[in-house]
Design a protein around this ligand. Structure first.
Ligand code: ZN
Length: 285
């Protein structure tokens, strides 16, 4: 099953891709894809409900805006330097333990929404990533139990402003958190549709040129380990997002570095998780 959300910003409704790939309006189920939904077995309850109701649901038109695939999460936990080629291009060693950092949840955005260059920013960069969404709350979870806590997987582009991130002191969060810096979707795919999460191609193109091209088998720390590892430091609530890190090929790693400009278009995809495109625009005014 694939979950998505659609409609105007702030007014999104839940949708589901069911059976033959038809996009259905799932509003009649009565719940959005919130923390409560994920912590109470929402995807299974929705699947059971759909059995008897899917034929009555209206289809969602082609032209409607897609919102982020789930409601705004409580937290977005990102993993840094989790592909060896990306660590090398960043001039850093693979750290002995996963590097964790946060991205403000206010950066959450629809998968096809414009990405806004922040005021006074000149180093906007791209990062295609495999992300996961927590289902049942996770605290001190063993790796062998971690799968039970994952509600699904989705495509995430961890947009980053490199000067804010690396040249302005303190933590990376400053360069990761501007509005629109976390396009999420097109949809959340439940784990039953993904035979092997450790073998998914992921790629990203800038104006049609392929700049990132890798596979989740190259992740240093794998998704199940990451759920277990992070849960030793904080409780992961339902609907929280873990973004597993980006492979090599970001703008920072090019010689000379290349950063995004107004008018650029960025298209990315992950096997089985769909594709999305964002247009880069200047800060308004
Ligand atoms: Zn990242």
């Amino acid at each position: 099953m694939k979950l998505f959300r659609f409609g105007e910003k702030g007014e999104e409704k839940p949708g589901v891709i069911y059976k033959d790939g038809i996009r259905l309006d799932a509003s009649a189920f009565g719940e959005d894809y919130s923390r409560h939904f994920f912590e109470t077995g929402g995807p299974d309850r929705l699947a059971a409900w759909l059995e008897g109701h899917w034929q009555e649901l209206p289809e969602v038109g082609e032209k409607v805006r897609l919102g982020p695939a789930i409601c705004r999460p409580g937290k977005i936990v990102c993993i840094g330097l989790n592909y060896s080629d990306h660590a090398a291009e960043s001039g850093m060693k693979i750290p002995p333990e996963p590097v964790l950092f946060f991205k403000a949840s206010s950066a959450f955005s629809g998968p096809e929404d414009n990405v806004i260059i922040p005021r006074n920013a000149e180093k906007l960069d791209w990062e295609v990533e495999l992300a996961m969404v927590i289902g049942q709350r996770a605290s001190y979870v063993d790796e062998s139990d971690a799968a039970k806590h994952i509600a699904g997987y989705a495509l995430h582009n961890d947009y980053s402003e490199r000067e804010f991130q690396l040249e302005r002191g303190g933590q990376w969060v400053k360069g990761k958190s501007a509005d629109t810096f976390a396009p999420f979707g097109p949809y959340l795919v439940t784990p039953d549709e993904i035979p092997d999460v450790n073998n998914l191609n992921l790629w990203l193109e800038v104006n049609g040129e392929r700049v990132q091209n890798s596979n989740s088998k190259n992740l240093v720390h794998k998704p199940l380990f990451l759920v277990s590892y992070i849960s030793r430091f904080m409780t992961l609530d339902g609907g929280d997002i873990i973004s597993t890190g980006t492979p090599g090929g970001v703008g920072l790693g090019r010689k000379p570095p290349r950063y995004l400009q107004p008018g650029d278009s960025v298209t990315s995809g992950v096997d089985l998780l769909g594709e999305c495109s964002q247009k880069i625009v200047a800060y308004p005014g």
